[in-house]
Design a protein around this ligand. Structure first.
Ligand code: C2E
Ligand code: MG
Ligand code: MG
Ligand code: MG
Length: 283
Protein backbone atom coordinates (compact mmCIF):
# COMPACT_ATOMS: atom_id res chain seq x y z
CA UNK A 1 0.00 0.00 0.00
CA UNK A 2 2.83 2.32 0.88
CA UNK A 3 4.38 1.75 -2.50
CA UNK A 4 1.15 2.50 -4.32
CA UNK A 5 0.60 5.67 -2.35
CA UNK A 6 4.14 6.75 -3.10
CA UNK A 7 3.57 6.29 -6.76
CA UNK A 8 0.30 8.21 -6.71
CA UNK A 9 1.91 11.09 -4.90
CA UNK A 10 4.63 11.11 -7.47
CA UNK A 11 2.04 11.27 -10.25
CA UNK A 12 0.30 14.22 -8.65
CA UNK A 13 3.63 15.95 -8.19
CA UNK A 14 4.51 15.33 -11.81
CA UNK A 15 1.15 16.65 -12.98
CA UNK A 16 1.60 19.81 -10.97
CA UNK A 17 5.09 20.25 -12.34
CA UNK A 18 3.81 19.92 -15.88
CA UNK A 19 1.06 22.41 -15.23
CA UNK A 20 3.52 24.90 -13.77
CA UNK A 21 5.83 24.44 -16.74
CA UNK A 22 3.02 24.93 -19.20
CA UNK A 23 1.93 28.08 -17.44
CA UNK A 24 5.49 29.41 -17.40
CA UNK A 25 5.83 28.67 -21.10
CA UNK A 26 2.58 30.47 -21.87
CA UNK A 27 3.66 33.49 -19.81
CA UNK A 28 7.06 33.47 -21.50
CA UNK A 29 5.51 33.53 -24.97
CA UNK A 30 3.38 36.53 -24.13
CA UNK A 31 6.15 38.29 -22.26
CA UNK A 32 8.35 38.05 -25.34
CA UNK A 33 5.94 40.33 -27.19
CA UNK A 34 5.04 42.56 -24.26
CA UNK A 35 7.65 45.23 -24.89
CA UNK A 36 6.89 45.61 -28.57
CA UNK A 37 3.15 45.59 -27.88
CA UNK A 38 3.47 48.38 -25.33
CA UNK A 39 2.14 46.29 -22.48
CA UNK A 40 4.80 47.29 -19.96
CA UNK A 41 4.52 50.36 -17.78
CA UNK A 42 6.55 51.91 -14.99
CA UNK A 43 5.00 52.89 -11.69
CA UNK A 44 6.87 55.13 -9.25
CA UNK A 45 6.93 54.77 -5.49
CA UNK A 46 8.18 57.80 -3.51
CA UNK A 47 11.00 57.54 -0.99
CA UNK A 48 10.89 59.85 1.99
CA UNK A 49 13.66 61.34 4.09
CA UNK A 50 12.60 60.49 7.62
CA UNK A 51 14.09 63.52 9.34
CA UNK A 52 12.73 66.18 6.96
CA UNK A 53 9.65 64.19 5.89
CA UNK A 54 10.31 65.18 2.32
CA UNK A 55 10.19 63.09 -0.81
CA UNK A 56 13.76 62.69 -1.99
CA UNK A 57 13.46 60.04 -4.67
CA UNK A 58 11.39 57.25 -6.14
CA UNK A 59 11.69 53.63 -7.15
CA UNK A 60 10.58 52.57 -10.61
CA UNK A 61 8.52 49.38 -10.42
CA UNK A 62 7.50 47.39 -13.44
CA UNK A 63 3.88 46.65 -14.28
CA UNK A 64 2.68 44.33 -17.01
CA UNK A 65 -0.83 44.69 -18.27
CA UNK A 66 -1.31 41.63 -20.46
CA UNK A 67 -4.37 41.29 -22.71
CA UNK A 68 -4.18 37.57 -21.95
CA UNK A 69 -3.59 37.51 -18.17
CA UNK A 70 -4.58 40.99 -17.01
CA UNK A 71 -2.31 42.65 -14.45
CA UNK A 72 0.30 40.13 -13.57
CA UNK A 73 2.63 40.95 -10.63
CA UNK A 74 6.42 41.20 -11.08
CA UNK A 75 6.97 38.45 -8.49
CA UNK A 76 5.24 36.14 -10.94
CA UNK A 77 6.77 37.14 -14.28
CA UNK A 78 10.26 38.36 -13.28
CA UNK A 79 11.41 34.82 -12.25
CA UNK A 80 10.21 33.51 -15.61
CA UNK A 81 12.00 36.34 -17.39
CA UNK A 82 15.13 35.41 -15.44
CA UNK A 83 14.90 31.72 -16.33
CA UNK A 84 14.60 32.51 -20.01
CA UNK A 85 17.08 35.39 -20.29
CA UNK A 86 14.29 37.77 -21.30
CA UNK A 87 15.11 39.79 -18.19
CA UNK A 88 18.02 41.51 -19.95
CA UNK A 89 15.74 43.03 -22.56
CA UNK A 90 13.16 43.93 -19.91
CA UNK A 91 15.68 45.48 -17.51
CA UNK A 92 17.12 47.50 -20.37
CA UNK A 93 13.68 48.80 -21.22
CA UNK A 94 13.13 49.73 -17.56
CA UNK A 95 16.48 51.51 -17.18
CA UNK A 96 15.97 53.51 -20.33
CA UNK A 97 12.37 54.45 -19.54
CA UNK A 98 13.23 55.42 -15.96
CA UNK A 99 16.17 57.61 -17.02
CA UNK A 100 14.21 59.20 -19.86
CA UNK A 101 11.32 59.93 -17.51
CA UNK A 102 13.48 61.37 -14.77
CA UNK A 103 15.31 63.55 -17.29
CA UNK A 104 11.99 64.88 -18.51
CA UNK A 105 10.79 65.60 -14.96
CA UNK A 106 14.00 67.34 -14.10
CA UNK A 107 13.80 69.57 -17.12
CA UNK A 108 10.14 70.46 -16.68
CA UNK A 109 9.89 71.37 -13.03
CA UNK A 110 12.18 73.61 -11.09
CA UNK A 111 11.94 71.65 -7.89
CA UNK A 112 14.96 70.02 -6.34
CA UNK A 113 15.85 67.04 -8.53
CA UNK A 114 14.84 63.53 -7.47
CA UNK A 115 16.83 60.36 -7.82
CA UNK A 116 15.18 57.43 -9.57
CA UNK A 117 15.99 53.87 -8.48
CA UNK A 118 15.73 50.82 -10.75
CA UNK A 119 15.87 47.15 -9.78
CA UNK A 120 18.52 45.12 -11.56
CA UNK A 121 18.31 41.35 -11.82
CA UNK A 122 21.41 39.49 -10.50
CA UNK A 123 21.71 37.83 -13.89
CA UNK A 124 21.98 41.22 -15.52
CA UNK A 125 24.31 42.76 -12.97
CA UNK A 126 26.74 39.88 -13.44
CA UNK A 127 27.15 40.48 -17.18
CA UNK A 128 30.70 41.67 -17.87
CA UNK A 129 29.45 44.72 -19.78
CA UNK A 130 26.81 45.82 -17.29
CA UNK A 131 28.41 49.21 -16.62
CA UNK A 132 28.43 49.88 -20.38
CA UNK A 133 24.68 49.35 -20.49
CA UNK A 134 24.26 52.05 -17.85
CA UNK A 135 26.78 54.34 -19.51
CA UNK A 136 24.98 54.10 -22.84
CA UNK A 137 21.58 54.83 -21.36
CA UNK A 138 22.89 57.87 -19.49
CA UNK A 139 24.48 59.16 -22.66
CA UNK A 140 21.37 58.53 -24.70
CA UNK A 141 18.94 60.11 -22.23
CA UNK A 142 21.21 62.86 -20.87
CA UNK A 143 20.26 62.11 -17.26
CA UNK A 144 22.71 63.27 -14.59
CA UNK A 145 24.32 60.05 -13.22
CA UNK A 146 23.78 61.38 -9.69
CA UNK A 147 20.06 61.04 -10.31
CA UNK A 148 20.22 57.31 -10.97
CA UNK A 149 20.31 54.62 -8.34
CA UNK A 150 20.41 50.88 -8.88
CA UNK A 151 18.99 48.34 -6.45
CA UNK A 152 20.59 44.92 -6.40
CA UNK A 153 20.04 41.97 -4.09
CA UNK A 154 22.71 40.09 -2.20
CA UNK A 155 22.57 37.08 -4.50
CA UNK A 156 24.08 39.28 -7.20
CA UNK A 157 27.40 38.76 -5.44
CA UNK A 158 27.52 35.00 -5.12
CA UNK A 159 30.79 33.62 -6.50
CA UNK A 160 31.74 36.83 -8.23
CA UNK A 161 33.23 39.00 -5.52
CA UNK A 162 36.15 40.45 -7.44
CA UNK A 163 34.11 41.13 -10.59
CA UNK A 164 31.41 42.76 -8.49
CA UNK A 165 33.83 45.10 -6.76
CA UNK A 166 35.22 46.10 -10.13
CA UNK A 167 31.77 46.77 -11.55
CA UNK A 168 30.65 48.69 -8.44
CA UNK A 169 33.76 50.82 -8.59
CA UNK A 170 33.04 51.72 -12.20
CA UNK A 171 29.47 52.65 -11.33
CA UNK A 172 30.64 54.74 -8.41
CA UNK A 173 33.15 56.56 -10.57
CA UNK A 174 30.34 57.37 -12.96
CA UNK A 175 28.39 58.92 -10.07
CA UNK A 176 25.73 56.26 -9.71
CA UNK A 177 24.30 55.25 -6.34
CA UNK A 178 23.93 51.60 -5.38
CA UNK A 179 21.56 50.13 -2.79
CA UNK A 180 21.39 46.57 -1.48
CA UNK A 181 17.73 45.58 -1.77
CA UNK A 182 15.88 43.13 0.52
CA UNK A 183 18.81 43.26 2.93
CA UNK A 184 18.78 40.46 5.49
CA UNK A 185 16.33 38.28 3.59
CA UNK A 186 18.69 36.03 1.68
CA UNK A 187 21.78 34.22 2.79
CA UNK A 188 23.58 37.39 3.76
CA UNK A 189 27.26 37.50 4.25
CA UNK A 190 28.64 40.50 6.06
CA UNK A 191 31.93 39.86 4.34
CA UNK A 192 31.21 41.89 1.24
CA UNK A 193 30.03 44.93 3.20
CA UNK A 194 33.63 45.65 4.14
CA UNK A 195 34.84 45.86 0.58
CA UNK A 196 31.93 46.94 -1.54
CA UNK A 197 31.53 50.56 -2.63
CA UNK A 198 27.79 50.84 -2.02
CA UNK A 199 25.62 53.62 -0.58
CA UNK A 200 22.71 52.13 1.28
CA UNK A 201 21.04 49.08 2.75
CA UNK A 202 17.33 48.59 2.18
CA UNK A 203 16.06 46.49 5.06
CA UNK A 204 13.70 43.81 3.81
CA UNK A 205 10.07 44.47 4.60
CA UNK A 206 9.70 41.18 6.47
CA UNK A 207 11.68 42.80 9.34
CA UNK A 208 9.78 46.10 9.10
CA UNK A 209 6.24 44.82 8.88
CA UNK A 210 5.82 44.10 12.63
CA UNK A 211 8.69 46.10 14.03
CA UNK A 212 6.31 48.09 16.23
CA UNK A 213 5.14 44.92 18.00
CA UNK A 214 8.00 42.49 17.81
CA UNK A 215 11.12 42.61 20.02
CA UNK A 216 13.16 40.39 17.72
CA UNK A 217 12.42 42.61 14.73
CA UNK A 218 13.39 45.73 16.69
CA UNK A 219 16.68 44.09 17.63
CA UNK A 220 17.43 43.20 14.02
CA UNK A 221 16.52 46.60 12.61
CA UNK A 222 18.56 48.35 15.30
CA UNK A 223 21.57 46.15 14.60
CA UNK A 224 21.39 46.68 10.83
CA UNK A 225 21.05 50.44 11.34
CA UNK A 226 24.02 50.55 13.70
CA UNK A 227 26.12 48.46 11.32
CA UNK A 228 25.19 50.55 8.29
CA UNK A 229 25.95 53.86 10.00
CA UNK A 230 29.31 52.61 11.29
CA UNK A 231 30.12 51.67 7.68
CA UNK A 232 28.96 55.07 6.43
CA UNK A 233 25.94 53.64 4.67
CA UNK A 234 22.38 54.97 4.67
CA UNK A 235 19.54 52.81 5.93
CA UNK A 236 16.27 52.60 4.06
CA UNK A 237 13.24 50.75 5.41
CA UNK A 238 10.73 49.35 2.94
CA UNK A 239 7.16 48.22 3.53
CA UNK A 240 6.00 50.90 5.97
CA UNK A 241 2.28 50.44 6.44
CA UNK A 242 1.52 52.21 9.74
CA UNK A 243 2.37 55.35 11.67
CA UNK A 244 3.56 53.25 14.63
CA UNK A 245 6.27 51.71 12.46
CA UNK A 246 7.43 55.17 11.41
CA UNK A 247 7.76 56.20 15.04
CA UNK A 248 9.86 53.16 15.91
CA UNK A 249 12.10 53.70 12.88
CA UNK A 250 12.55 57.35 13.74
CA UNK A 251 13.70 56.41 17.22
CA UNK A 252 16.11 53.82 15.83
CA UNK A 253 17.56 56.42 13.45
CA UNK A 254 16.61 55.03 10.08
CA UNK A 255 17.35 57.50 7.25
CA UNK A 256 14.71 56.86 4.60
CA UNK A 257 11.38 55.12 4.38
CA UNK A 258 9.19 53.72 1.67
CA UNK A 259 5.83 52.00 1.88
CA UNK A 260 2.09 52.11 1.36
CA UNK A 261 1.66 54.42 4.37
CA UNK A 262 3.72 57.09 2.60
CA UNK A 263 2.45 56.23 -0.86
CA UNK A 264 1.70 53.24 -3.03
CA UNK A 265 3.58 52.90 -6.31
CA UNK A 266 1.86 55.36 -8.65
CA UNK A 267 1.36 55.60 -12.40
CA UNK A 268 3.24 58.44 -14.11
CA UNK A 269 0.38 60.94 -14.07
CA UNK A 270 -0.34 60.47 -10.37
CA UNK A 271 3.30 60.68 -9.46
CA UNK A 272 3.52 63.93 -11.37
CA UNK A 273 0.85 65.43 -9.16
CA UNK A 274 3.26 64.94 -6.25
CA UNK A 275 6.33 65.98 -8.20
CA UNK A 276 4.77 69.26 -9.25
CA UNK A 277 4.25 70.29 -5.64
CA UNK A 278 7.77 69.57 -4.37
CA UNK A 279 9.14 70.20 -1.83
CA UNK A 280 6.11 68.36 -0.60
CA UNK A 281 5.35 66.63 2.64
CA UNK A 282 3.12 63.63 2.36
CA UNK A 283 2.90 63.07 6.10
P1 C2E B 1 11.40 45.28 -4.45
O1 C2E B 1 12.41 45.91 -5.33
O2 C2E B 1 11.84 44.90 -3.07
O3 C2E B 1 10.17 46.27 -4.44
C1 C2E B 1 9.33 46.48 -3.35
C2 C2E B 1 8.01 45.77 -3.51
O4 C2E B 1 7.24 45.98 -2.33
C3 C2E B 1 7.15 46.30 -4.65
O5 C2E B 1 6.39 45.21 -5.13
C4 C2E B 1 6.25 47.31 -3.93
O6 C2E B 1 5.05 47.57 -4.62
C5 C2E B 1 6.01 46.59 -2.65
N1 C2E B 1 5.68 47.48 -1.55
C6 C2E B 1 6.02 48.78 -1.39
N2 C2E B 1 5.55 49.27 -0.23
C7 C2E B 1 4.91 48.25 0.38
C8 C2E B 1 4.19 48.14 1.63
O7 C2E B 1 4.05 49.07 2.42
N3 C2E B 1 3.67 46.91 1.92
C9 C2E B 1 3.80 45.85 1.08
N4 C2E B 1 3.25 44.68 1.44
N5 C2E B 1 4.46 45.93 -0.10
C10 C2E B 1 5.00 47.11 -0.44
P2 C2E B 1 6.27 44.92 -6.69
O8 C2E B 1 6.15 46.18 -7.46
O9 C2E B 1 5.19 43.89 -6.84
O10 C2E B 1 7.66 44.28 -7.05
C11 C2E B 1 8.09 43.08 -6.49
C12 C2E B 1 9.53 42.79 -6.82
O11 C2E B 1 9.69 42.58 -8.23
C13 C2E B 1 10.47 43.94 -6.50
O12 C2E B 1 10.83 43.92 -5.12
C14 C2E B 1 11.63 43.64 -7.40
O13 C2E B 1 12.47 42.67 -6.83
C15 C2E B 1 10.94 43.04 -8.63
N6 C2E B 1 10.82 44.10 -9.66
C16 C2E B 1 9.89 45.06 -9.80
N7 C2E B 1 10.13 45.83 -10.88
C17 C2E B 1 11.29 45.34 -11.43
C18 C2E B 1 12.10 45.72 -12.57
O14 C2E B 1 11.83 46.69 -13.28
N8 C2E B 1 13.21 44.94 -12.84
C19 C2E B 1 13.55 43.88 -12.04
N9 C2E B 1 14.67 43.18 -12.36
N10 C2E B 1 12.83 43.52 -10.96
C20 C2E B 1 11.72 44.24 -10.65
MG1 MG C 1 13.70 47.43 -5.05
MG1 MG D 1 12.95 45.17 -1.60
MG1 MG E 1 12.48 42.14 -4.03
Amino acid sequence: AAKLKGRNNYCIYEQEMNQANEEALLIENHLRKAIDNNELELFFQPKMDLSTRQINGMEALLRWNSPMFGNIPPDKFIPIAEDTGLIIKIDNWVIERACEQNKEWNSSWYSSPLRVAVNISPLHFRLPNFHNVIENVLEKTGLDPNLLEIEITENSFIDHIEECIECLNKLRNMGITVAIDDFGKGYSSLNYLRKFPIHSLKIDRSFIHEVAKNREDIAIVKAITYLAHELNLKVVAEGIETREVIEVLEEIGCDEIQGYYVSRPLPKKEFEAIYRRLPYQLL
